[in-house]
Design a protein around this ligand. Structure first.
Ligand code: NDP
Length: 238
């Protein structure tokens, strides 16, 4: 239906949370999906490999393995992400480096691992999972918001450079989504947050996965590149 049948897609951080939902939904659409992870394998996907997104050589080898075992990579989703929150004056440099390295440099490393073959074949679609925080900042998340805003600039630059090879690159910017990354939010804060969200709830991870599937689709979004889709329950209009 979306033209994703038998398409090979690489997803970073696909073992749980939003990444696992992306892997699951893409498989439902008939894609062959490979993912990487840092800790333990996930429940879905044709190929799961333990490799850190900050390891450029490891990610290049992962992309090569995917090509050899599943076939030509058509799509890639840079989803792996971390948080280490603190007010800026209390934020250690190590926490800044850690978050920017995984979220932003990891997306750069992922793009460099898959784009050469996409350029050669003159087809492909990348999706970056940014964040509402990257669109408008968020108190206590200077490192995270900067990394996620950086991902938007990176994706839009790739969209410009890759268009001549018929390769597209777009961004999904999730709002609060029910995964481990937000599980520490106290009930009282959660209720206060709901008041700021017009749809009055947090998102289900699958709601991010469908947005990613739309951008990957060579049918539904064939003329869409360099765009940011906020999937945030109306919390922010860009
Ligand atoms: P989770 O913490 O549930 O999952 C994060 C994923 O990233 C895991 O698969 C994790 O693997 C992987 N990961 C982290 N660091 C690395 C690394 N160095 N190398 C490889 N994989 C890594 O978070 P979510 O599912 O909620 O988040 C997914 C994405 O969505 C992130 O980029 C996040 O910033 C973004 N997002 C999430 C929102 C939310 O409210 N949940 C809101 C806005 C954006 P492992 O488990 O093995 O460590």
């Amino acid at each position: 239906m979306l033209g994703l049948e038998d398409k090979v897609v690489l997803v970073t951080g696909g073992n749980h949370g939003i990444g696992a939902s992306i892997v699951e939904v893409l498989e439902e659409f008939g894609a062959k999906v490979a993912y990487n992870y840092r800790s333990e394998k996930g429940p879905h996907g044709a190929l799961g490999v333990k490799v850190d997104v900050t390891d450029a050589e490891g990610m290049n080898a992962f992309a090569e393995q995917v090509e050899n075992e599943l076939g030509p990579i058509y799509g890639a989703v840079a989803n792996a992400g971390v948080i280490k929150d603190n007010l800026i004056l209390r934020m250690p440099e190590d926490d800044w480096d850690f978050v920017v390295d995984v979220n932003l440099k990891g997306a750069f490393i992922t793009a460099r691992a898959v784009l050469p073959k996409m350029y050669e074949r003159n087809e492909g679609s990348m999706v970056f999972i940014s964040s509402l925080g990257g669109q408008r900042g968020n108190i206590g998340q200077a490192n995270y918001a900067a990394s996620k805003a950086g991902m938007i600039g990176l994706a839009q630059t790739i969209a410009g450079e890759a268009a001549r090879y018929s390769v597209r690159c777009n961004v999904v910017a999730p709002g609060y989504t029910k995964t481990d990354i937000i599980k520490g939010i106290p009930e009282k804060v959660e209720q206060a947050l709901f008041k700021q969200i017009p749809l009055r709830r947090f998102a289900d991870p699958k709601e991010m996965a469908w947005a990613a599937a739309f951008f990957l689709s060579p049918v539904a979004s064939s003329y869409v590149t360099g765009q940011v889709l906020g999937v945030n329950g109306g919390q922010y209009f860009s």
